[in-house]
Design a protein around this ligand. Structure first.
Ligand code: GDP
Length: 298
C-alpha cells in the first residue's frame, strides 16, 4: 500500500536534493506534488487541503529556509505531520479500572468487524486476558454463527442470543453480555455490532443505544482501507453517531492505496490502534504511526 504516494514523494524530493535554498516557487512545486500524491492515494480532498496547508506553512518557515538541507527538512516535516495525523504515539487499548473492560466495534457491514472480534479476542487472550465476545450483529444472516466460529478458532468464549438472552434485541444482548462477563469474571468484553451497507439512521441509533447500555471503555471504528473517498463521510457519521475512541483499519493486505488511514484519522480525530491484514486470525497488528509514516516516505 501507499506505493504511489511514496514513489511520488521520493521523486519530488530527489528533484530538490542538492538545492541549497528553496524559493517559494520550489515549496509550491513540492506541495503540489505532495497534494497530487495524496489524491492518488485516495485521501479525501478536504483532508489533503488541510494536510498540505500545514506542510506549506512549515516549509516556508525558518525551520526550512535556515536548514542545511531544505529538502531533507521537508521530508522530516512531512514525516512528523503524517505521524501526527495518524495518532502520534502508538496508542494502546485502555482498560477499565474495574473490569470488565468493554470494547465496542462499530462500522459498515463487510468492514470486517466480526473477523476483527476474533482477532482481538485472540490478541487479548495471548496477552493474558480472559475475553468474552458478544454477538450483537443480529442484522446480517449468519453473523452470530460466524462469531461463534471465529471464537472457537481463537479459543475465546462467545455470548450469543438464545431464549432468555434477549433474542432479537441487540441492545438487550449487549447488556446481558456485559452482565454475564461481570458474573463469570471475564475481564474484557468485545461487543460485535450490526452494520449496514451504507450509513443508516436506524443502524446508528442501535449502535448509539448499545453504547449507552454498555458504557464502553473503547468504541472502535472498524473501516475497510479500500473505502477510498467515502472514508470522510462515513467516518464523520460514525464519529457523530457513536463518539468513537479509536480506529481499526482492515484489509490492509489488499491493494488499498492507503488514503483511508489519513482521511479517517483526520476526520475522526481518533488514533488508529490496530490493523487487520488478512482473513486469518493471525493477520492482525498493533498499529504504529511512526512505522506507517516511514512506510509512506520510504
Ligand atoms: P462485518 O460485516 O463487518 O462483520 O465483516 P466480516 O468480518 O464478516 O468481514 C467481511 C469479509 O471481509 C469477510 O469475507 C472477511 O473474511 C473479510 N475480511 C475481514 N478482514 C479482512 C482483512 O483484513 N483482509 C482481508 N483480505 N479480508 C478481510
Amino acid at each position: 500500500m501507499f506505493s504511489s504516494l511514496s514513489d511520488r514523494l521520493t521523486a519530488t524530493f530527489k528533484g530538490l536534493r542538492g538545492k541549497g535554498r528553496l524559493t517559494e516557487a520550489d515549496v509550491d512545486t513540492t506541495v503540489r506534488e505532495i497534494r497530487r500524491a495524496l489524491l492518488e492515494a485516495d485521501v479525501a480532498l478536504p483532508v489533503v487541503r488541510a494536510f498540505t496547508g500545514s506542510i506549506r506553512e512549515r516549509a516556508l518557515s525558518a525551520e526550512v529556509s535556515q536548514a542545511l538541507n531544505p529538502a531533507q527538512q521537508i521530508v522530516k516535516i512531512v514525516n512528523e505531520e503524517l505521524i501526527g495525523v495518524l495518532g502520534g504515539q502508538t496508542r494502546r487499548l485502555r482498560f477499565a479500572k474495574n473490569p470488565p473492560t468493554v470494547i465496542m466495534l462499530a462500522g459498515l457491514q463487510g468492514a470486517g468487524k466480526t473477523t476483527l472480534a476474533g482477532k482481538l479476542g485472540k490478541h487479548l487472550k495471548d496477552t493474558g486476558h480472559t475475553p468474552l465476545l458478544v454477538a450483537c450483529d443480529l442484522q446480517r444472516p449468519n453473523a452470530v454463527t460466524q462469531l461463534q466460529v471465529v471464537g472457537q478458532r481463537a479459543g475465546v468464549e462467545v455470548f450469543a442470543p438464545e431464549p432468555g438472552n434477549g433474542v432479537g434485541n441487540p441492545v438487550e444482548v449487549a447488556r446481558r453480555g456485559v452482565e454475564h462477563a461481570r458474573d463469570k469474571q471475564y475481564d474484557v468484553v468485545v461487543v460485535d455490532t450490526a452494520g449496514r451497507l451504507g450509513v443508516d439512521a436506524e443502524m446508528m441509533q442501535q449502535a448509539s443505544d448499545i453504547r449507552e447500555a454498555t458504557q464502553p471503555d473503547e468504541v472502535l471504528f472498524v473501516v475497510d482501507a479500500m473505502i477510498g473517498q467515502d472514508a470522510l463521510a462515513v467516518a464523520q457519521a460514525f464519529q457523530e453517531g457513536v463518539d468513537l475512541t479509536g480506529v481499526v483499519l482492515t484489509k490492509l493486505d489488499g491493494d488499498a492505496r492507503g488514503g483511508a488511514a489519513l482521511s479517517v484519522a483526520t476526520t475522526t480525530g481518533r488514533p488508529v490502534l490496530f490493523a487487520s491484514t488478512g482473513e486469518g486470525l493471525a493477520d492482525f497488528e498493533v498499529f504504529h504511526p511512526d512505522r506507517m509514516a516511514s512506510r509512506i516516505l520510504d
